[in-house]
Design a protein around this ligand. Structure first.
Ligand code: T3D
Length: 263
């Protein structure tokens, strides 16, 4: 499959997938979701791929759902946000968690909304000094999705997770390291080299043992992930029907400060 929105390269047993819509900070479209699924499905089956790196082109890692391209069904009807999560984002998160090979996010810039939570779904995160994380959902009247309600509190504890999710505050690389959100922070110029060095090291280790370790971590740390993803979709569907959500998206697209009413 030829890809439009991602780049794919395998070197030394390491598959690097680069989100490639830099003009919009690699915001996610349905095409991107399908392409990531396809690339990861192939990687799962390909014994020559023994580690996967996810990164972004340009100054962003990923800005989450493309707010200019809210999904529409083939017949032009608006697809519900809950269904969009169930059919697009949730299977991708399940694939990242389910693939029995290490997945590293090389966070090169801002990671927002579902873009932040896709990074959190990965096993390890190496951040450039220019990286930042934003649980941007609240700013458009939504709730954390793509596994954020389990990954975020698991990594930073409930109090900090609630603060980040309720405020939508952006945190930088050093703060992310202090909170345990990322494994390492490196200068921007060293990000891909450092990540590739770790990835090639992991790719040369016993892949089956690492895969089974990941399976055991999944069982120990997030045994209800499928149900949680489904519940997030329910909550997102409810949130997406509020006037605050409509206002939040309109304000973002019109580049103005939103006025929320609590409805
Ligand atoms: O189906 C469903 O909808 C449910 C799924 C939901 C999953 C989600 O991810 S919901 C959350 C969606 N994402 C956001 O709300 C984040 C929106 N973006 C931002 O808040 C900010 O852009 C950032 C904090 C990420 C970065 O800020 P900054 O100041 O560094 O950059 P910027 O100037 O805002 O953005 C640069 C460009 O990217 C800009 O375009 P322009 O003015 O140069 O033509 C901006 O409009 C565009 N962009 C950034 N994020 C998105 C986007 N365009 C479309 N969708 C985006 N998400």
């Amino acid at each position: 499959m030829a890809y439009e929105t991602i780049l794919s390269e395998t070197v030394d047993g390491v598959l690097t997938l680069t989100l490639n819509r830099p003009d919009v900070l690699n915001a996610v479209t349905d095409t991107m979701l399908a392409e990531l699924q396809d690339a990861l499905r192939s990687a799962e089956r390909n014994a020559a791929v023994r580690c996967i790196v996810l990164t972004g082109a340009g100054r962003g890692f990923c800005a989450g759902q493309d707010l200019n391209a809210r999904s529409a069904a083939a017949d032009g009807r608006r697809v519900s946000v809950g269904e969009h999560l169930r059919h697009g984002y949730n299977p991708l998160v399940q694939r990242i968690r389910g693939i029995e090979k290490p997945v590293i996010a090389a966070v090169n810039g801002v990671a927002a909304g579902a873009g932040a939570n896709l990074a959190l779904a990965c096993d390890l995160r190496i951040a450039s000094e220019t990286a930042s994380f934003v649980q941007a959902f609240v700013k458009i009247g939504l709730v954390p999705d793509s596994g954020g309600t389990v990954f975020l509190p698991m990594l930073v504890g409930y109090a900090k997770a609630a603060e980040l999710a309720f405020t939508g505050d952006r945190i930088g690389a050093e703060e992310s390291l202090r909170l345990g959100l990322v494994n390492q922070v490196v200068p921007a110029a060293a990000l891909m080299q450092t990540t590739h060095a770790l990835a090639t090291r992991l790719a040369a280790l016993p892949t089956r043992a690492i895969g089974l370790t990941k399976r055991a971590f999944n069982r120990a740390m997030m045994p209800n992930l499928d149900a949680i993803l489904d519940y997030e979709a329910d909550m997102q569907e409810l949130a997406s029907r509020t006037t605050d959500h409509t206002e939040g998206v309109a304000a973002f697209l019109e580049k103005r400060v939103p006025t929320f009413t609590g409805h």
